[in-house]
Structure formats: C-alpha cells, structure tokens
Design a binder for this molecule. Structure first.
Ligand code: ZN
Length: 209
C-alpha cells in the first residue's frame, strides 16, 4: 500500500468515525503501515476534517520523514501495535463514551464479552459462545511506559483485535481498512451493549471479571 492510498483511506475513515462521535474535540489518532513507512495523524486536528497536511510520515524506526506538523503523543503506542502484530496494517484509536466509561467500570485487566452475535464481527470469532477478551491497561501520560506494558502483556496473551486504555479509549487493529473499520464498529457496538446491560443489571460487582 502506498502512502497516498493509506492517507486517503484514513481521511475517509476519519469522517465516518467523527460522525459516530468517537473522536470528540480533536481526540483520537489513526495510522497505517505502508510499503515504505508509517503514516500517522498529527496532533491537534479535528479527525473529521483530515487532509494530506495533517499526516506525518515516519520511517520504520519511528523517525519523522515528512510532514511539518507535530506527531501525536500516542504515536509510540501505534508503532508498538505494528511491532507486536505483524499482520496489522491499520490502527485506529478512538475516544468513545462507551469505551471510556466501560473501561472505568471494569476493575479487572480485561473486558470479557460473551453471548453477543456481533462478536462475530471480530476476526477469528465464529460464535457468540466464544469469550472475546479485550485487555485493559491503566491510562498513563507516559506513552513509552504504557507501550512497554502492552508489549509485556502480549508476550503471554497475544493481542488480537485491540486494547482498551482505562478512562481513555480503544486501539483497534486490522489487516486492511475494511477490516479495521469493521472491527472498530463491532467493538463499539459491543461496548455500548455491555454498558446498557450493566446499567440494567445494576450488578457492578460482577464486572470484576
Ligand atoms: Zn487517546
């Protein structure tokens, strides 16, 4: 995939994600792994109004190659995800209400979902009876430290679809733009369902999964 293709797909995805309300107030960031490098959104732009000038190109070591703007502070976490998951070519990071709230309600280190047909929107999941487990990491302004935690976790429990950062949001990966968008939409749907279920069940104690 060429840089220009990746950028136009991320611009398009940004409009859709913004319309869903998952990247309020310049929150979130997106990236892609291309033939030659990585492209990542610059800091401080509305993700619904991205343009070619709002992307930065990085080499495989994460050094800036092109783009005058400032890389997002969370770039390091994107690069870690690509390193850990060789099949990932896109990473979308969102700040939705459901991901933010659910990751705070759950006190454990993972969100375990079962019983939802929509789990099948995630790669490799074939039944609502499977347990879909999304790791949760405590938020940290030190992104290097957070990246290290994610990498350590991956050694014993490989990350498949993405991770939640507590009180912050979701990082989701995909092999191509269609897969990453489908997985993002699937997960956001599941988070919203789980949040509703917990509200109705009123059993917050059970969420220490
Ligand atoms: Zn963020």
């Amino acid at each position: 995939m060429h840089n220009n293709t990746a950028i136009s797909e991320l611009i398009e995805a940004g409009k859709w994600i913004s319309q869903q309300g998952w990247v309020p107030a310049t929150g979130g960031n997106f990236s892609a792994r291309t033939n030659t490098s990585f492209v990542v959104t610059a800091s401080g732009f509305d993700k619904g109004q991205l343009g070619t000038h709002t992307f930065i190109e990085l080499d495989h070591q994460g050094n800036r190659q092109a783009g005058a703007a400032k890389p997002s502070a969370e770039t390091e976490l994107h690069l870690s995800m690509y390193k850990l998951i060789p099949t990932a070519n896109f990473v979308l990071h969102t700040h939705s209400v459901a991901a933010t709230v659910l990751s705070r309600i759950i006190k454990g280190h993972s969100l375990n979902l079962q019983g939802y047909e929509m789990q099948k929107s995630l790669r490799g999941v074939t039944s609502h009876l499977d347990i879909l487990s999304i790791p949760i990491f405590d938020n940290d302004q030190n992104i290097d430290r957070l990246s290290l935690l994610v990498s350590d976790h991956h050694l014993h429990t490989p990350i498949e679809h993405g991770v939640l950062i507590r009180g912050h949001g979701l990082y989701v990966v995909g092999r191509d733009i269609r897969e990453v968008r489908r997985q993002l939409e699937g997960l956001e749907f599941l988070f919203s369902c789980e949040l509703e279920r917990l509200k109705f069940s009123g059993q917050q104690a059970e969420v220490t999964l």
